[in-house]
Design a protein around this ligand. Structure first.
Ligand code: HEC
Length: 203
């Protein structure tokens, strides 16, 4: 092969690699096996691949009744799990939770019994799911906001909110769709579900 040919072949190979790699890395982070079979390590890899696209999706469009800064800033809050995990409750979803400055220290105690979390606590939980055929799918961004004592008695003073993977605030019946499960199961710890023990920070 003469030099010009070699260079052309190398350039073609390079172009192929460049066009093939981003397609694999950005449009499809699917691990190719069911979410229930993924190790924490493999779940983390999927998250690292999808996390920029996940955030970009949540940021799209008007947040209406949800304070826009919650969505903008939650990634700067304190992560209260060491990586995404699938607890089997929020569907087949892998979850990653962040708590703002008001509540982070209290949350990180993971107390089994507690009084109310401080008013002004905001908790964000991002999610993605891995289906049985091994395909990854973006999930909603969940929020719990602790309001002043007595101001939302039917939901134990928590406001529950939800942003779709495409950035739309979703209308929910917070009592039925969210609070009933949180209070029935975790009432003794102010409704907090906590991440599974394997991914709790400092445990
Ligand atoms: C069937 C029960 C169930 C329902 C319904 C439910 N959750 Fe959860 N939620 C959980 C469990 C269990 C956890 C902890 C799991 C984890 O983080 O790995 C959790 C965690 C959370 C967290 C992180 C704070 C915490 O509890 O540790 C937020 C925020 C949240 N849920 C919001 C919502 C919202 C908003 C809705 C309604 C749209 C909702 N949840 C509906 C069971 C439920």
């Amino acid at each position: 092969m003469n030099k010009t040919l070699r260079t052309a072949a190398a350039a073609a190979g390079f172009a192929f690699a460049v066009s093939a790699v981003p397609a694999a890395a950005t449009t499809d982070c699917s691990p190719g096996k069911p979410g229930s079979e993924l190790t924490l390590e493999e779940g983390k890899k999927v998250y690292d691949c999808i996390k920029d696209a996940l955030y970009a999706g949540y940021m799209k469009g008007d947040k209406k009744w949800i304070p826009a800064e919650y969505v903008r800033d939650y990634r700067d809050w304190t992560p209260v799990s060491t990586g995404p995990a699938n607890p089997g409750w929020h569907g087949e979803r892998f979850l990653l939770t962040f708590v703002n400055d008001v509540g982070a220290e209290e949350y990180l105690k993971y107390l089994e019994e507690r009084g109310p979390m401080p008013a002004g606590t905001v908790i964000a939980k991002e999610s993605f799911s891995v289906k049985d055929e091994g395909k990854v799918k973006k999930g909603p961004l969940f929020f719990m906001v602790k309001v002043e004592a007595g101001s939302a008695p039917e939901t134990a003073d928590w406001n529950y909110m939800l942003v779709s993977p495409g950035g739309k605030p979703m209308k929910i019946n917070a009592q039925k769709a969210c609070s009933a499960c949180h209070e029935d199961n975790f009432g003794a710890r102010d409704g907090l579900g906590y991440p599974i023990e394997e991914v709790r920070v400092g445990q």
